[in-house]
Design a protein around this ligand. Sequence first.
Ligand SMILES: *Cc1c(COP(=O)(O)O)cnc(C)c1O
Length: 430
Amino acid sequence: MLKKENSSALFNRAKNFIPGGVNSPVRAFRAVGGNPIFMHHAKGAYLYDEDNYSYIDLINSWGPMILGHAHPVVEEAVKQALSGSPSFGAPTRREVEMAELICSLVPSIEQVRMVNSGTEATMAAIRVARGFTGRDKIIKMEGCYHGHADSFLIAAGSGALTFGVPDSPGVTKGVANDTLTAPFNNIEAIEKLLIENKNQVAAIILEPVVGNMGCVIPEENYLQRLRNLCNQHEVVLIFDEVMTGFRLALGGAQELYGVKPDMTTLGKIVGGGLPVGAYGGKKEIMSCVSPAGPVYQAGTLSGNPLAMAAGMALLTHLKNNPQVYANINETGKTLAAGLLQQAAHHYIPAQVNQVGSMFTLFFTKEKVSDYETAKKSDTALFGKYFNAMLEQGVYLAPSQFEAMFISNSIGKEEIDKILIASDLAFKSLS
Ligand SMILES: *Cc1c(COP(=O)(O)O)cnc(C)c1O
């Protein structure tokens, strides 16, 4: 084991004053054993920790660092914005430009409201859907994560799944009763819920490609059939593209699969690494939002100048450099194929689900298509693989139920290093 004394010391201090020592549970290493690594800085494809070890980063801040860390385009934009004051609490030009940019890139968004996190975006989106339809219930898919608002902490994926608390204390029965759940990729279950709860369902919300029970891919026509059911039952279809937005394509999963939701939630990449979320959709629906309409939603720091500058610089770079997508998708394919081949070579039962630059290596012999099948994975084996990779300088998400996110800074050299490390990691398991 490498000695990580500074990280350990910081973690011990952190545990005194921060619950569990971390500001978000997915950063703890509870699911894989050991202590979290405290990062000092990062550049391109590499993270550097407090003990000066370096790691190839396959999390990339859970998505936003799609170009790699400390990209000069984002850095320059933030510096410029900073010198003009970091916040006004009054409207600014950047917010207009950001809204125009998002509406031009995401096929279904006609109007958009900026918020400060993905959690805020999804929380607001269902409030608006409820206000628009006059109905109370929502349907979510088991294992999908939509942030930590009360309504969503029911069969909530990654963090919750990892720690075995699918329903969090503090969520009232009343709230939980309004959240109906169905397995992902099961259209019959949705049909049944819509019939049983006729004229009561305001919205169906899902990750169009799931990242939060590990990467799970929608089956052929699943998204289109959801679209059709929502039309038929006058239900608002919400794609939570906090992970997939600007990652699977410039226009997100809705562009990739050619299915338009009524509303879309964004986060992660949209802020270029600063705390940003956004929700948007049809004008007819978004005009319910205050002050245009009666549904209240607000934010002191929403549309913050630094955050807008970072997000806009990143999105503009992606728009002007479509080869980024060709490159990260190719890396995704190469890594997925490489890992699968290695697992077979070492007789380790494994599945790799991959869409573009998102993928998960599941330690199970069965195909993973929903929460039930994802849960069959051997998490102890994943923990060993994770730690073997970490020892060799490859930083994976510290849970079986997460996706990896590839950045454009990962080149041939890094791919080779990852595959060499992975081969040794698999070897240590067999
Ligand atoms: C990360 C995530 C969220 C929550 O976003 P935060 O910025 O962490 O609040 C919501 N939905 C999905 C699909 C996510 O991946």
